[in-house]
Write a protein that binds this ligand. Structure first.
Ligand SMILES: NC(=O)c1ccc[n+]([C@@H]2O[C@H](COP(=O)([O-])OP(=O)(O)OC[C@H]3O[C@@H](n4cnc5c(N)ncnc54)[C@H](OP(=O)(O)O)[C@@H]3O)[C@@H](O)[C@H]2O)c1
Length: 258
């Protein structure tokens, strides 16, 4: 890995990955919505040792604008070999429950726009016959829970999509990595009960960075214990699972009390 593009570069998890890349003198192209926040990150990563840091501000929900980003990357960040998709949102499930619009918005950000963007980047990777595409989905996509099922559906759909993309790009020598974190203590989860007990972004970033460098394994659970937790959780029949969740709340997706 020499040249890394990060989609959702202002995310708590992505920032920790970027700091590791900077310390090893990599080149980075940071992508998120806020030009101001990207510039702050750019300056910080240069101080930490990054060889070069470019930024590109864009709302990735806007699929018509994706071509502009890919054009920019090919012209100004030529030869990039690694892509990390880290952007996402987690809307309040209780609001999604009563709003088709919010439900569609959640599915759009975390699945539809991501699938569109990965498809567009895949043509580039296929033609260069190598490189690595890594995408952060979630353990929430492995087993749907009442408390965040729209978010979980989007992540589960993205995980399925990545299995197809991996199969498509295998012949071209392009590695596709699916990253499934358990709950992580970032801005996304700060409002949730017990968020202080969630995994440290640095620990999760360590697992992600190692996978980017090795271009493997295909599926990364992080922290690693989640591989075994989800293996067990997936095996529980739906009625039993729902009974267990209702009996042993509070759910991790429940907001802190005001
Ligand atoms: N935290 C967890 O417990 C957890 C667990 C499993 C999986 N994940 C997944 O891990 C990834 C990173 O999560 P995080 O916790 O680090 O999140 P975070 O700190 O809340 O950051 C979310 C990022 O997504 C970007 N983003 C959201 N919508 C965007 C859009 N339409 N266009 C461009 N950028 C957009 C934000 O950029 P702006 O600066 O533009 O707002 C921000 O960089 C997400 O995909 C999340 O679903 C998180």
């Amino acid at each position: 890995m020499k040249k890394l593009i990060v989609l959702g570069a202002t995310s708590g998890i992505a920032q920790a990955v970027q700091r590791k890349a900077a310390q090893e003198g990599k080149e980075l192209l940071l992508v998120a919505r806020s030009a101001g926040r990207l510039e702050v990150l750019r300056q910080d990563l240069l101080v930490r040792g990054a060889a070069n840091v470019l930024t590109f501000a864009i709302d990735l929900d806007n699929i018509e604008q994706h071509a502009r980003l890919i054009d920019f990357a090919q012209k100004n960040f030529a030869g990039f070999d690694t892509l990390l998709l880290a952007y996402g949102s987690m809307l309040d499930q209780t609001q999604c429950d009563h709003s088709g619009e919010l439900t569609a918005q959640q599915l759009h950000t975390d699945f539809v726009s991501a699938a569109a963007l990965l498809t567009a980047f895949s043509d580039y990777f296929e033609s260069r016959k190598g490189g690595c595409i890594a995408v952060i989905t979630s353990v929430a996509g492995d087993r749907i829970r009442r408390s965040n099922y729209v978010y979980g559906t989007a992540k589960g759909a993205l995980t399925l999509f990545l299995a197809g993309l991996r199969s498509r790009l295998r012949g071209a020598g392009v590695k596709v990595i699916t990253i499934k974190p358990g709950p992580v203590n970032t801005a996304m989860t700060a409002h949730l009960e017990n968020s202080g007990r969630f995994a440290d972004p640095e620990m999760v970033a360590q697992d992600i960075y190692r996978a980017l460098q090795r271009q493997s394994p295909k599926i990364v659970y992080t922290p690693g214990l989640w591989r075994y937790i989800m293996m067990a959780v997936r095996a529980i029949p739906e009625p039993v699972f729902n009974w267990l969740v209702s009996r042993h709340g509070p759910s991790p997706a429940r907001s802190k009390k005001p």
